[in-house]
Design a protein around this ligand. Structure first.
Ligand code: SF4
Ligand code: MSK
Length: 668
């Protein structure tokens, strides 16, 4: 019998108070969650070290002694490399299939075959089309969009040549890839080849296998994910700062609560639009509610938060907790990161779980299949079903915790924020790094994982790096973690930020932690890095910039693909929380794969991937890397005392001085 009580003090499960409160509620109700299941499910130590192979039916083979091989003779190196690349393949497939679906929606919208969608960002459409030599003069947005959609769709099934969007990477980076033979030919082709190479009796050289992991992941980051982001911006608008809120406290007692969860923006954006239509509002009021309150979980949350300010109810580990509030009429899911457990859990409440993707059904859930041709009608059908369910609501327990944030930092907006309408440019950011006001930049991304303390590493790493004058950019569940702690507000929390970074935030009005979107929007971070290189002064390649990637609570295969393409792009990356490649103390030195990923890749692509769990070591290695890159560029040694005497901080200081002393203080 699975125990449902919490085995640890609540504060050991999560940094987030709303989550702690809901875990207490779960215990009160005798209901299990991923947190308690993780307590009761010990990870298989052989699988945890990626030393188990089940690729053929002679196995599964488990390497438990140094020098041992599988029945076919596969070594620990081969087994670990094969397991790693299969994760890259699955992650790249998930992102890229999302990108493909977006491109098909663009094509159908351009041809008037969808309901309720329009081309919202015509400027971005024209920009991108001319980037790929698609004619734009004297052509309507729909004509251009049709051609751009065809062009994008072709990148997935292309067999030869180069995935076209890879040209957006800096020239020097592309040369590194060309020399190494890892330029992706077609997004799908590289994914298929991962599976072929890892079939029994194929590629059995770990280094060779991992080279193809780089190629596949580049096809994800600079291909499938980039296309997903581009098309989402064209159809739903490029994000710009907007006020939002995050945490379970965004659920409302007197409204019909509909939670959108998963990854795609297509249906969720339509649900948001439909929820504001007069007929739906009237229907909700007739049911006794004030209206319909839409909120999000995971990356669907990020998609609607950064464009429309729709509140985020939480990140990955809060999906069950939202249901446990008893206040959710419908949880509408599309693809990725949806726990099967929510269906069983929902049976204890009135919540209806609605699956909507052609690719995702969950036994016991209601399936209302989404079709772009009837998008608005389907969105309204879903909302009406939620409203009908309002009368079935029982006791509710909504934690009274929510925090404001300003999301929506697309690379276009960062460009504008730094330079203004007429001089939009990355120059101020480059200058800030060059002067040492900003010591470096760190991207903190990825999931939650109940094997560690929820949100803890995301938030604590961000807080420490801010003190060290490091600008932090975030996506995915990491960004929701920071938002819940108030790190994504313009002025709040600036007293916790290093003096140089504080000056930049005060001067430009940007928060110290920038919300850059969903998981596929890690491609926005790549675009920013490419533009920083283009701007000049910080080297000719991304690998020269003082930048580090962190995925401290990762759990999904997509995170492995992201880490691989970030490394392939030249960014040193640390993953932690749980590792597929820890050194197994019982099988010491069993595999060279951890070295191939760290020092091996550092030699090949100028950046390595490491799995590190200890907070202090992560910070130490991150800052060490940033400072080394600064030194390699010949930039001044970072000095925290050199700045902090301008901007608002300086004004406060001057205001406190007697008037007679101010002139002297200002002009010396
Ligand atoms: Fe075992 Fe080799 Fe089959 Fe893997 S491929 S299960 S190592 S026999
Ligand atoms: S949703 S992939 S848990 S970040 Fe993108 Fe969060 Fe990770 Fe899913």
């Amino acid at each position: 019998m699975v125990k449902k009580e919490n085995k640890k003090p609540l504060e050991d499960y999560s940094l987030d108070i709303a989550t702690q409160e809901m875990l207490a509620r779960g215990e009160e109700l005798g209901l299990e969650t991923a947190f308690t299941r993780a307590d009761n499910m010990k990870a298989c130590p052989i699988g945890a070290d990626s030393l188990c192979c089940k690729i053929c039916s002679m196995g599964p083979c488990r390497i438990v002694k140094a020098g041992q091989t599988g029945i076919c003779g596969a070594t620990a190196d081969t087994i670990q490399a094969r397991n790693f690349i299969r994760m890259v393949a699955a992650g790249a497939a998930a992102h890229s299939d999302h990108g493909r679906d977006m491109a098909f929606t663009l094509k159908e919208t351009a041809n008037g075959e969808t309901q309720g969608y329009i081309i919202r960002d015509v400027a971005k459409l024209r920009d991108l089309a001319s980037n790929y030599n698609i004619p734009i003069e004297d052509r309507s947005p729909n004509e251009i969009a049709n051609d751009l959609a065809d062009f994008y769709i072709a990148q997935f099934g292309q067999q030869k040549g180069l995935v076209a969007s890879v040209i957006r990477a800096p020239k020097k980076r592309r040369e590194v890839w060309e020399k190494l033979g890892v330029l992706p030919r077609g997004v799908d082709r590289e994914i298929v080849e991962c599976l072929h190479r890892t079939h029994i009796g194929d590629d059995q050289d770990a280094e060779h296998i991992l080279d193809h992991a780089l190629r596949t992941a580049i096809g994800d980051g600079w291909g499938g994910s980039l296309i997903a982001t581009d098309v989402s911006d064209i159809l739903f608008g490029s994000p710009a700062p907007i006020l939002g809120e995050a945490n379970l406290g965004v659920l409302k007692d007197d409204y019909v609560n509909v939670v959108v969860h998963g990854h795609e923006p297509t249906l969720s954006n339509m649900i948001v639009a439909a929820s504001q239509s007069p007929d739906i509002l009237e229907y909700a009021r007739a049911a006794g509610a004030e209206g319909v309150n839409i909120s999000g979980i995971c990356c669907t949350a990020n998609e609607v938060l950064m464009r429309q300010g729709i509140p985020a109810a939480g990140n990955f580990l809060q999906q069950e907790l939202a249901i446990m509030t008893g206040s959710v009429e419908s949880m509408v899911v599309d693809v990725q990161c949806i726990m099967q457990a929510i269906v069983g859990l929902a049976e204890n409440f009135h919540t209806e779980i609605i699956t909507t993707s052609k690719k995702v059904k969950i036994k016991g859930a209601t399936h209302i299949e989404f079709d772009e041709k009837k998008a608005l009608d389907i969105a309204k059908e879903i909302l009406r079903s939620g409203i009908d369910n309002y009368k079935n609501r029982g006791e509710t327990r909504i934690p009274d915790h929510r925090e404001s944030l300003v999301p929506g930092f697309s690379h276009e907006y960062i460009n504008y924020a730094l330079g203004g309408t007429y001089r939009s440019s990355f120059r101020p950011l480059n200058d800030a790094v060059m002067s040492g006001r900003v010591r470096g930049v760190v991207g903190i991304v990825g999931c939650n994982n109940p094997r560690g303390k929820h949100d803890d590493l995301h938030v604590k790493l961000a807080e420490e790096l801010l003190k060290q004058d490091v600008l932090v950019v975030e996506t995915g569940c990491s960004s929701i973690a920071s938002a819940k702690q108030g790190l994504m507000l313009g002025e709040a929390g600036l007293d916790q930020v290093g003096p140089g970074l504080r000056e930049i935030c005060e001067t430009t009005g940007i928060p110290p932690v920038l919300h850059m979107g969903s998981c596929v929007d890690n491609s926005r971070i790549l675009t920013v890095l490419a533009q920083v290189v283009e701007e000049g002064g910080l080297g000719e390649d991304i690998s020269e910039i003082p930048v580090v990637g962190l995925a401290p609570e990762w759990m999904s295969e997509k995170a492995i693909s992201i880490a691989t393409y970030v490394v392939a792009s030249g960014v040193y990356t640390i993953m932690s929380g749980s590792a597929p490649l820890d050194e197994n103390p019982k099988v010491p030195d069993s595999s060279i794969v951890p070295q191939l990923l760290s020092s091996g890749w550092a030699e090949k692509v100028g950046a390595g991937l490491e799995f590190i769990h200890d907070f202090d070591t992560i910070i130490e290695k991150t800052l060490e890397h940033i400072d080394k890159k600064r030194a390699d560029l010949g930039l001044p040694v970072y000095d925290p005392k050199a700045f902090g005497k301008s901007g608002d901080a300086r004004m406060n200081e001057l205001e406190k001085m007697p008037v007679k002393d101010r002139r002297q203080a200002i002009y010396g």
